[in-house]
Design a binder for this molecule. Structure first.
Ligand code: FE2
Length: 264
């Protein structure tokens, strides 16, 4: 994209990225508010994936059960942005930790319709940073602001490494559940501890957003190695309007659950 200086300034101004726009940037990029701001909308729905060769979540080894989704299940989640670090998930199956150090965590997402009926054979795609705050595929220093202007101009950031940890896609089982083995995410610039997700039904991406983890659990986890390394960045403890994963213990397993309610 070749822009004259005037075109560049006009575009940056329209995006609210010049002059007295620091508050807008802070509000909209730093994890506050799920569905506000031009910068966020610029990330939404930019990338499509074929989702071919996506494995079905294995119901026979599943740790979570439909009852784990709790009495507050089936809450609507506002469709939101995918952020700069989305890439199409590799076909890894259930284990997406790929030898990353950290607190083992099972993330179970259940896709349901507006009447809370589970949807089998939907595709759930999740991505999160590792314990050190890095996203697979990206070398950006997690303690520094991502190159937002580049991300906004091109819709996302192009991966610059070959790593693919903590990303995955699975088809939901007969109970509408997709269950991943991963590690508890760390944190990066401006964001609370969170996991991103997309839900696809019949090849259509019907929901994109992210969910946070409870501060009670975050406090426990970030004080353990390898999360407790010295960082120049202070963790963002604001929850910012996104939903919160339910967390429960099943034997030796820590399980995070969330219902993804899709239209229809
Ligand atoms: Fe993120």
């Amino acid at each position: 994209m070749n822009l004259t200086r005037r075109q560049y300034l006009a575009m940056m101004s329209s995006l609210g990225l010049l002059g007295g726009s620091r508050a807008l940037m802070a509000d909209n990029i730093d994890g506050v508010g799920p569905n506000r701001g031009i910068a966020e909308r610029a990330f939404r729905g930019k990338q499509t994936c074929t989702n071919s060769n996506v494995f079905e979540s294995d119901i026979t080894t599943r740790i979570s059960s439909p009852d784990d989704f709790g009495t507050n299940s089936c809450n609507m989640i506002e469709d939101s942005f995918e952020g700069p670090y989305f890439t199409c998930a590799p076909s890894t199956g259930k284990d997406i930790a790929i030898a990353q150090a950290g607190q083992p965590l099972i993330i179970a997402m259940r896709v349901v319709d507006g009447n809370c009926n589970p949807i089998a054979n939907a595709v759930v795609d999740i991505w999160a940073c590792n314990a050190d705050g890095y996203y697979a595929g990206y070398s950006n220093d997690p303690d520094k602001r991502p190159p937002m202007v580049r991300a906004i101009l091109f819709g996302h950031l192009k991966p610059d490494t070959e790593t693919r940890f903590c990303r995955g896609a699975l088809r939901t089982d007969a109970n509408g559940i997709a269950e991943f083995n991963t590690v508890y995410p760390g944190f990066y610039y401006g964001q609370p501890i969170h996991v991103h997700f997309k839900a696809h039904v019949d090849g259509k991406n019907l929901l994109t957003s992210q969910a946070n983890f409870s501060e009670e659990w975050n406090e426990r986890i970030v004080n353990l190695p390898p999360y407790n390394k010295a960082r120049s960045l202070k963790r963002n403890t604001k929850q910012g309007g996104f939903p919160e994963m339910g967390l429960l213990e099943r034997g030796d397993h820590l399980v995070a659950v969330l219902d993804l309610v899709v239209p229809g």
